[in-house]
Each structure stands twice: as structure tokens, then as C-alpha cells.
Design a protein. Structure first.
Length: 185
């Protein structure tokens, strides 16, 4: 009888943890979500402006989606991937990085710093698509972990071909880069 009780607890914990997994599915489009405040950063005459962003707009190019809680410790977990993507210098007519910063998950009192940092990042990487999500809409819609990062690779039609949360291993970075190259052909 005790074995049955222990097994029930183990299975209960296993399935409870599964309920916290993201709901982004391979070979499907990203779950629908919009970000109106602040939204996508766009350059207009060398200055930053904002416009509403919707996940339905990702088709057309191969993309790596980087979703980060607005904490430097979270972004640094995947610094190796970010640097590898920058150094790859992919053809901008076929590829675009989409960075979504969850400002709702920032350390209290750092909101202005986060916004300035995101704007500086857009100015440094004008070809990247950058979204500032003040209310955590994306994290909630995709059921992502708080205080964490999420990485996905999308094909030209906007279908998810790779998705994971947390820091990528060196092998996973190689997998992402190989996948992006294959999808751009």
C-alpha cells in the first residue's frame, strides 16, 4: 500500500510540473498574442517609436525568437547564442531575430533602465525586431516561466521548429544555428 502512495505522489509531482511547461508547439504557429504597451520598437528618422505588435506578423522570414525576463541575469544565460547569431551575419532578406523583453518581470524600480537598455539595443541592431512587453502578455499567452528565457526557431511560414526555456547548451546552440541555415535555403 505504501508503494502505491509513493507512486501517486511521484506521478502527481510529475504532472504538476508539466502544467508549468510552455504551450508553444512544434510545427504550429505561435499562440496568438498582442502587445500594445509599449510594443514593437521601430526606427523613425533615427529615433525610437513604438507600435502595437502581434504574433501573427512573424511569417515571411526565418526567425530566432528570444523572450527574456527584463533581468540581466536572465539575458546573460543565452549570451553565447546572441553573440553567435550576431556573428553569423545572416541575410536580412531571409532572417530576422525577434527579441521580446518582458518588462513586467523586471526588478522593481528598474523600469526606466530596462526601457532605455531595450531602446539602445534596437539602435545598435536596427535590423532586429524588438518588442517591449510592459504587461507580460507574451509570457502569459505562451505560458512561459517567470524570471526565465525562452528561445524558439520559426520557419518562413511562422511555424515553430525548435523551442526551449532556459540556458541553451553548446550543442543546442549548434542545433539552432544549423536549423536556421537549413530553413533559409
Amino acid at each position: 500500500m505504501r508503494k502505491v502512495g509513493k507512486l501517486a505522489v511521484i506521478f502527481g509531482l510529475f504532472f504538476a510540473n508539466m502544467s508549468f511547461a510552455h504551450n508553444v508547439k512544434l510545427n504550429q504557429s505561435l499562440p496568438s498574442v498582442s502587445v500594445a504597451k509599449d510594443g514593437e520598437l521601430v526606427l523613425q528618422s533615427g529615433k525610437i517609436a513604438y507600435k502595437s505588435w502581434n504574433s501573427s506578423t512573424v511569417a515571411g522570414k526565418v526567425r530566432v525568437v528570444l523572450h527574456f525576463a527584463a533581468r540581466s541575469s536572465v539575458k546573460s544565460k543565452n549570451a553565447a547564442l546572441i553573440n553567435t547569431l550576431k556573428n553569423a551575419a545572416f541575410d536580412p532578406t531571409k532572417y530576422q531575430t525577434l527579441t521580446i523583453v518582458n518588462a513586467d518581470d523586471a526588478i522593481v524600480g528598474t523600469g526606466l533602465f530596462v526601457k532605455n537598455n531595450v531602446e539602445d539595443g534596437k539602435l545598435e541592431n536596427p535590423r532586429s525586431q524588438v518588442v517591449l512587453d510592459q504587461q507580460g502578455n507574451v509570457r502569459k499567452a505562451w505560458n512561459l516561466k517567470e524570471k526565465e528565457s525562452f528561445i524558439a526557431v520559426l520557419d518562413k511560414s511562422g511555424k515553430v521548429r525548435f523551442a526551449t526555456e532556459g540556458a541553451l547548451s553548446a550543442t543546442q546552440i549548434e542545433e539552432v544555428m544549423s536549423l536556421v541555415k537549413t530553413l533559409m535555403q
